[in-house]
Write a protein of this length. Structure first.
Length: 64
């Protein structure tokens, strides 16, 4: 599910480069579908647009 793209753009904040391995570019619709197949229901969703056309996405799921 991980795309072959750079997840964290170069920035003057070196701390962001230290955590870049903790982020992944995903297909949100595919991810939600996979979790639904495992009987998880989306209960909260938040997304924020970022420069470069990326989105910071947070989804909280509960097992149904």
């Amino acid at each position: 599910m991980k795309r072959e793209e750079e997840g964290v753009a170069l920035t003057s904040y070196t701390s962001m480069q230290h955590v870049k391995e903790d982020f992944a570019l995903i297909d949100i619709a595919e991810f939600q579908h996979l979790l639904q197949q495992e009987h998880f229901q989306l209960i909260t969703l938040e997304s924020r647009s970022l420069p470069g056309g990326k989105v910071l996405w947070l989804g909280l799921f509960a097992r149904t």
